[in-house]
Design a protein around this ligand. Sequence first.
Ligand SMILES: Cc1ncc(COP(=O)(O)O)c(C=O)c1O
Length: 392
Amino acid sequence: MIDLDKIRQDTPGCEKLIHFNNAGAALMPSQVVKAVQNYLAIEEYEGGYETADRYADELKDFYGYAARLLNCQARNIAFTTNATDSYNRALSAIDFKPGDVILLTENDYPSNYIALISLQKRFDLRLVTIRNTLSGEVDLNDLDEKLKKYAPRLVSVSHVPTSSGLVQPAVKIGEIIKKYDALYLLDACQSLGQLNVDAIATHADFISGTFRKFLRGPRGAGLLYVSDKALAAGLEPLFIDLRGATWVTPDQYISGNDARRFEDWETSYALMTGCTEALKYLIGIGISHIEARNAELIGKLKNELGKIDRIRLLDRGSQQCSIVTFSIAGTKEEVTQFYHDHSINIYTTSKSSAIIDFQNKGIDWAVRVSPHYYNTESEITRFVEVTQMRNS
Ligand SMILES: Cc1ncc(COP(=O)(O)O)c(C=O)c1O
């Protein structure tokens, strides 16, 4: 189903090392790198504005492919610089009033928490956290009760947190939120590219994402999905610019109709072409094949890591994904260096990325390992051997 030989040929970095940091930034397929390089080479000789004019039709492809990824329409997609940028643009569109409540989860991304705390300080908002179930995901009954009790303006959920393999029930959450008059902002930064995210099924008003992670696109690029409902309600970023609006009289502008009202005029078209290639590449393989392949790899990894003494697997939630976290003796720096010395890329996550979760788990940091479909079973075996060596 997955042509692994071809995929690994397209991923030359695979030959040199074991890359288990796809939740940080994946290895890009060479098609993605070439698209960016080719576009920049044309800009070099023809000029940036002129190249964008000449390639206007091809550049539009980005929106169509991103819409296929999310099962929506091209009009619902904005190109941004990263997931945090997307999240903050969505947030800035909401005209919060003093006393408004925002519901969020214990596992929301730290920058999202920081933005919300900053908003809270400036606009006198109230942040209320939804409880987790004993298995670790959002408690849907508590969500329902808090929606009833607080009538929040916004519910913010990170589909997959940065710091563990937990998958929040994004669709079930959306089904509950839609009964109330609250906006739903879904951070799908870690889920896009490894899990099927159907924007319509989630009932989300906004979905933020980034390209460099499981989507295997270039760094410095992201996307924002804006629902038809949010567009029709006239939601627009606070600092809308002349990409999203037209200045018509000295004190008036008219906003555009589609999600591009959330974009900036100045943007990297070279990166956009790379993102389009990354989307085509993913669609060519099929997200269901990717999900199935990753589940196999992760099953093997967890099973074998679980047999090693003094390794504590940390991931919770009734659904989990291609991020595995564990505790091991030593410091973050020593452990990262140790794997690096064995040509394995891993990442460590600190408590400041998961204050509530790591406090509950009683840890200060964790090793984060995030294989993707282009990794192999033998790489997993090698990783486990190296981990055993470290612990012996
Ligand atoms: C869950 C989650 N949300 C948001 C982000 C932020 O993404 P970006 O760095 O592209 O802004 C990350 C990055 O790791 C993440 O893991």
